[in-house]
Design a protein around this ligand. Structure first.
Ligand SMILES: Cc1cc2nc3c(=O)[nH]c(=O)nc-3n(C[C@H](O)[C@H](O)[C@H](O)COP(=O)(O)OP(=O)(O)OC[C@H]3O[C@@H](n4cnc5c(N)ncnc54)[C@H](O)[C@@H]3O)c2cc1C
Length: 403
């Protein structure tokens, strides 16, 4: 049995690693478009962009590891087509590679805007290198989009001494993910570090050194960074006739509409057994967890991907972790700790159930938060007063609540 992995990044590597640790000894061929060894992307908008992390630190494994694991790594190679009937993939030099099982881990690319000027996107190592070189002391940086990438770039640009303006169509940064209560804290974090926001605005045009907003405001912008979301790389799957709908549609065991083709990471839109809905997650830990689970599924094990979404972000001196899913809304946010001091846990509640939780500059609480969310998904309800009270241990809430 030969397993071919299209996409040599975090999800693909985790799958390959788990295939070996589960005892699979057959050929594994991992094909990736980029020239670099598989690497972690989070440092590209944090430590690497700030200049505190070296390039070496971003690689998932050194080159020797792939040899030791007998994983054939074909870099600078793009899969151009899948033939599900013949069970082959074609790569850009025309070669065909046969597979018994195929894993799609092709990730995502930034959404692009049609803008003139010195425009940057941030997805790969080269993007980060180019941007780092442009973040010179005093440079006027305009960031379009106040999502995670946009805000992390804003923080890095401020630390390089740039003048930073963020343009966002919504009324607050990260509002769709965090809601008004916590999004306000992120707005204040950035304004206190000297970032200027333009909310409720979009870009009407741009040129060499400035952008023009839809209300006519002109903003100096020698550097324009676009962070308006990503688009999953699903063309291979759709061209092969696989079901695609906001990502590659997979079952809870990450199998596509073809029983010999699987998908994981940023592209997978899976049926979540615990949340009772389809979700697609664009975060680091999902790439790791889904890569590990899909390996077991590829080997025929009866597995279901019920992992609760998790992500993290670092901006200035605010480190955060978040778990949960507020997909169909929430009713209340409860704070434990001090939002003003940016040292707190926030819980998102719906019908007395904890649907998400986030810790900012409070550590070693994620396991408890995740246990609460999992128990809530199974019916546990908790009191807001207990959640807010730091004297009440989170784990005891899981035991005391009404399940
Ligand atoms: C700058 C940045 C910062 C981030 N920070 C965080 C963070 O702080 N916290 C967090 O939780 N998440 C973060 N993320 C998100 C996280 O990095 C992604 O969720 C993760 O990389 C997804 O992994 P993946 O393997 O599914 O896809 P990707 O990392 O996108 O990898 C897919 C790979 O497949 C290759 N490929 C695509 N098509 C083909 C093809 N046809 N043939 C061969 N190869 C192909 C691509 O070139 C790419 O190398 C960040 C992302 C970026 C870009």
């Amino acid at each position: 049995m030969t397993i071919v992995i299209a996409g040599a990044s975090l999800a693909g590597v985790n799958a390959a690693e788990t295939l070996r640790s589960e005892g699979f000894t057959g050929p594994i061929v991992m094909i990736g478009s980029e020239p670099d060894l598989p690497y972690e992307r989070p440092p590209l908008s944090k430590g690497y962009l700030l200049g505190s992390d070296e390039l070496d630190s971003v690689f998932v494994h050194p080159a020797q590891w792939y040899q030791d694991q007998d994983i054939e790594l074909r870099l600078s190679t793009t899969v151009t087509a899948i033939d599900p009937a013949g069970k082959t993939v074609t790569v850009d030099d025309g070669a065909q590679i046969g597979y018994s099982k195929l894993l799609l881990a092709t990730g995502a690319r930034p959404r692009r805007l049609d803008l003139a000027g010195n425009v940057f996107y941030l997805r790969d190592v080269r993007d980060s290198q180019r941007l780092k070189a442009a973040l010179q002391l005093g440079a006027h940086v305009a960031v379009i989009g106040a999502g995670w990438i946009g805000l992390e770039v804003a923080a890095a640009a401020r630390s390089h001494g740039c003048q930073v303006t963020v343009i966002e169509m919504d009324s607050l940064p990260l509002r769709k993910v965090l809601g008004d209560e916590v999004a306000t804290i992120y707005r204040d974090l950035h304004t206190s570090h000297g970032v200027t926001f333009h909310f409720g605005r979009s870009v009407a045009g741009s040129g060499e050194n400035a952008i023009t907003l839809d209300d006519g405001t002109i903003i100096p912008a020698g550097v324009i960074v676009v962070g308006v979301g990503i688009q999953p790389n699903t063309e291979l799957a759709s061209d092969a006739g696989l079901a695609v709908d906001n990502g590659v549609v997979v079952s809870s065991s990450l199998v596509t509409s073809d029983p010999d083709i699987f998908a994981c990471g940023d592209i997978a839109n899976w049926e979540h057994p615990l949340l009772g809905t389809r979700i697609r997650v664009e975060h680091w830990e999902n790439a790791r967890q889904s890569g590990q689970l899909v390996a077991r599924s590829l080997l025929g094990q009866d597995v279901a991907y019920d992992w609760i979404p998790y992500f993290y972000s670092d901006q200035y001196d605010a480190g955060m972790e978040y778990s949960g899913w507020t997909g169909d809304g929430y009713e209340e946010v409860v704070f434990r700790g001090s939002a003003e001091a940016r040292e707190f846990i926030a819980f998102w509640l719906k019908e007395g159930r904890v649907v998400a939780g986030m810790n900012v500059n409070v550590w070693d609480v994620q396991d408890d938060i995740r246990a609460l969310i999992a128990a809530s998904a199974r019916g546990l309800t908790v009191s807001a007063a207990d959640l807010a009270n730091p004297e009440v241990a989170l784990l005891s809430l899981r035991e005391a609540g009404s399940a």
